[in-house]
Design a binder for this molecule. Structure first.
Ligand SMILES: Nc1ncnc2c1ncn2[C@@H]1O[C@H](COP(=O)(O)OP(=O)(O)OP(=O)(O)O)[C@@H](O)[C@H]1O
Ligand SMILES: [Mg+2]
Length: 420
């Protein structure tokens, strides 16, 4: 067999022609050792008593010791486990060993002969010299060498990634706290402004002339838009952080779609667009959150109407396929360019339409996608420029038994009223 080409940084040894069998085996051993040492993650070979038989270069660098200080010691001693000194126990049999993720996983592999892959853990007792308790991704494989059981322990130091993740989570929490505080603070004065405008517009505070009325109507529309934006931001933040409450109940999804179409029909009429709803004669009983599905479908219908010129058609179809409920919202509108299709579910993303700008914030679709994901479903889009667009929601048909499993995380309820 032709020998494998060596990787550039591995000192691969080619056996000279006409070599003896012993020498060939020796060459092979050297090659395997070179590969073992070149692996960039820490590898330890242990016997059944948790004694280190062999290690690679990466583990030696990770521990900062010579081979002589590692080989023939238990893994606990080699990795400076603090509990061995405190409990003066043999590695693997101390009280703390019962909680030690490293020892527990190794012992599990010894007992079951089944490998363990990519278990992430933070070592609290090993690597005593480190300022930060290190994180590892641990894999353990059982192997047989010369008829005796051994264990290969693979330790990948993931401390940098874990710290970055912790920092990111912390930053996200601060950001989401900030967004919800600002949005809540904005909502109260906005409600007061709206109330005030309504009183003046209804002429309870005196008669208005035509011009005054026009300006106040314009202000009211803008306040409503701002209010809608604040609600969208709050909803999106709640959905993303998982604090949005979902009220799952058994119902008919087709009814929710019909209700959404009714809500949107005044907007469609005003825009000169027809809406049709087509529902398969089946009964689509499933467990879902009625208001959230109405909210998702109204959002898609609102987009379909917004981005379709007068005279166009919008349709909502509901059907059952392979135990999935499919809701398709189609329009004959302006379509979405191919290069934008993958981005429209990102928050605040809006397709640039020079000369044909249509108002919006770019939060509608991200909210819809979150709602559908919380239902265990998915959403897809197909579009052709100047021909039309179809958004398709796929929802798993859930039997009433699923009600118990579905989360009702958080205690805040959706406060949104659809005002578009
Ligand atoms: N049916 C559609 N036809 C054409 N373009 C669409 C359609 N639906 C969505 N889009 C494009 O995707 C973008 C993102 O939609 P999304 O609903 O998230 O935001 P929006 O409608 O602009 O604002 P918002 O929903 O927050 O008021 C839209 O700006 C639009 O360009
Ligand atoms: Mg929208």
């Amino acid at each position: 067999m032709k020998p494998q080409e060596p990787a550039s940084n591995i000192p691969f040894v080619q056996p000279p022609a006409g070599e003896t069998l012993e020498n060939l085996i020796e060459h092979k051993r050297k090659n395997l050792e070179a590969i073992f040492d070149a692996v960039p993650v820490g590898l330890l070979l242990l016997d059944e008593n948790l004694t280190v038989v062999r290690v690679n270069d990466a583990i030696r660098k990770m521990i900062g010791k010579d081979y002589s200080q590692i080989i023939n010691r238990t893994i606990g001693n080699a990795l400076d486990c603090q509990t061995i000194a405190i409990e003066s126990n043999v590695c693997g049999s101390g009280q703390y060993c019962k909680k030690c993720p490293l020892i527990q996983n190794i012992q599990k592999v010894v007992e079951t002969s089944q490998p363990v892959h990519q278990v992430e853990f933070q070592s609290r007792t090993h690597f005593q010299d480190r300022a930060v308790k290190p994180w590892f991704a641990l894999s353990v494989e059982p192997v047989t060498i010369e008829g005796r059981r051994h264990i290969v322990v693979c330790l990948n130091d993931i401390t940098v990634r874990k710290l970055a993740e912790e920092k990111l989570i912390e930053t996200m929490e601060i950001k989401s706290q900030f967004i919800s505080t600002v949005s809540h603070e904005l909502r109260t004065p906005l409600t007061a402004i709206k109330e005030g405008l309504n009183i003046v517009l209804e002429e309870e505070a005196g008669t208005l002339n035509k011009k005054q009325k026009q300006f106040l109507e314009l202000s009211k529309r803008n306040v409503e838009r701002l209010n809608g934006l604040v609600n969208d931001v709050l909803d999106f933040q709640k959905l993303e952080s998982g604090s949005m409450k979902f009220d799952f109940a058994l119902g008919n999804i087709a009814d929710a779609v019909k209700e959404a179409a009714e809500i949107m029909s005044p907007m469609a009429k005003k825009a000169g667009i027809s809406i049709t709803v087509e529902v398969e004669p089946d009964i689509f009983r499933s467990v879902f959150d009625h208001n959230k599905i109405i909210y998702a479908v109204t959002n898609l219908l609102s987009n379909a109407i917004k981005f379709t010129p007068a005279g166009g058609k919008v349709s909502a179809k509901v059907q059952l396929q392979n135990d999935e409920i499919i809701i398709a919202i189609s329009d004959t509108g302006m379509g979405i360019p191919k290069e934008d299709l993958s981005k429209i579910f990102e928050r605040f993303y809006r397709v640039k339409r020079p000369g044909k700008e249509i108002p919006g914030t770019g939060l509608g679709l991200p909210i819809v996608a979150q709602i559908i994901t919380h239902h265990g479903g998915r959403i897809m889009v197909e579009s052709e420029l100047d021909k039309g667009t179809t958004f398709t929601i796929f929802l798993p048909r859930r039997p009433p038994a699923d009600l118990d499993q579905l989360s009702t995380a958080g205690d805040e309820t959706i406060e949104k009223t659809i005002t578009q």
